[in-house]
Ligand binder design. Structure first.
Ligand code: KG4
Ligand code: ZN
Length: 345
């Protein structure tokens, strides 16, 4: 079978990602990030992100083609994230993808960013082929979603998601409260290393017995963020001291990790699915990886974690999903589609 050569474009947030795959083989994964430009605002600024994509796209496409040692004419298809994400940022990528597809006379595939995150795992050849069904937990600065995946190309069920902040967003906000720079996830991870995770009992959102009927697979991190802020206000001497800050960071991290892993493994057990896939930038968290691997092993659940370069936003995952769609015989998208910032799975 001819494996389709696909170029994927990802511009839903602050990374301009261009990936090239041949079927399930990764040929290149080029990422240009505008994160440094957002750092002084303490979060991603949509207009700044859109303009940065515009500037980064052309060189990123050229770099990806060079790395993959292919030309535009070699491509079988172009793929692009159509949502969810920042509307302006998405539009830049979609415009570029449409322009490429039309000028080259190649089919164009609009791809869902959330499903794309899971497709990243197809490219992780060391772990062997992706087996269905699998539960997938996506945790990043923009999403916290629990999915039941029966088939990537047409059967992805959203089990639950955050009702307020994404997990990464909580890390970023709590980092600010602790006086640590943006992005806060890696900073808190570092600060927490020497802390006691049991020092402060922070709340586990939507984990009470009364939450289990309606919100069994949903997450909430805004109450936790407020609890940390209140605690810091009441205990300023702890924030001022390295050991105290380490204890707060470790206790906060433990609360996030505990609730993420507990709900993901609940989903595995409830659905009789002994497989769990982790994706998204927050998967870089050392405690999350540790606790997920430990508790999953105890529950008889096999965990897959793509390499970090495929966990954060990238174009390769978008190309990989399009290659699966092509293999499944799916029709290409018409040119009529636009950016859908709230696109569901
Ligand atoms: O997937 P990603 O690169 O971009 C989005 O789609 O949002 O995720 C970025 C998020 C940020 O909120 C960042 O603070 C968080 O991932 N993050 C971490 C760690 N490294 C990055 N959160 C916790 N622990 C980490 N080590
Ligand atoms: Zn993402």
């Amino acid at each position: 079978r001819h494996e389709p050569l696909v170029l994927g474009i990802e511009t839903s947030c602050d990374e301009t990602g261009i990936g090239i795959v041949r079927g399930r083989t990764l040929l290149s994964n080029t990422i240009a990030s505008s994160m440094d430009e957002h750092a002084r605002y303490g979060g991603v600024v949509p207009e700044v992100a859109a303009r940065a994509h515009l500037e980064a796209l052309q060189p990123a496409i050229e770099a990806a083609l060079a790395e993959a040692q292919v030309t535009l004419d070699d491509l079988d298809a172009v793929a692009v994230t159509s949502g969810p994400g920042l509307a302006g940022a998405l539009m830049v990528g979609i415009g570029a993808a449409k322009g490429l597809a039309v000028s080259l006379g190649k089919p164009l595939y609009a791809v869902n960013h959330l499903v794309g995150h899971i497709a990243a795992d197809i490219l992780d050849q060391d772990a062997g082929p992706l087996e269905y069904p699998t539960v997938a937990l996506l945790v990043s600065g923009g999403h916290t979603s629990l999915l039941l995946v029966r088939d990537l190309t047409h059967d992805v069920e959203l089990l639950g998601e955050t009702v307020d902040d994404a997990a990464g967003e909580a890390f970023d906000k709590v980092a600010r409260v602790l006086g640590l720079p943006y992005p806060g996830g890696p900073e808190i991870d570092r600060a927490a290393a020497s802390g006691d995770p049991g020092a402060v009992a922070f709340p586990r959102g939507l984990s009470r017995a009364s939450d289990m009927a309606e919100h069994r697979y949903d997450f909430s991190f805004s109450g936790l963020k407020t609890a940390v802020a209140r605690f810091v206000e009441a205990n300023p001497e702890m924030r001022a001291d390295d050991a105290g800050r380490a204890d707060i960071a470790a206790s906060f991290r433990e609360a996030v990790v505990d609730v993420l892993v507990t709900k993901a493994l609940n989903a595995c057990r409830d659905h009789g699915v002994p497989r769990l896939l982790l994706g998204g930038g927050v998967i870089a968290n050392r405690r999350l990886r540790e606790v997920a691997l430990e508790r999953a092993a105890a529950a008889g659940v096999a965990v897959r974690i793509p390499p970090f370069s495929l966990c954060t936003d990238n174009g390769a995952m978008i190309a990989a999903l399009a290659a699966e769609l092509i293999a499944s015989g799916a029709d290409p998208s018409t040119l009529a589609f636009g950016a859908d910032s709230t696109l569901p799975v």
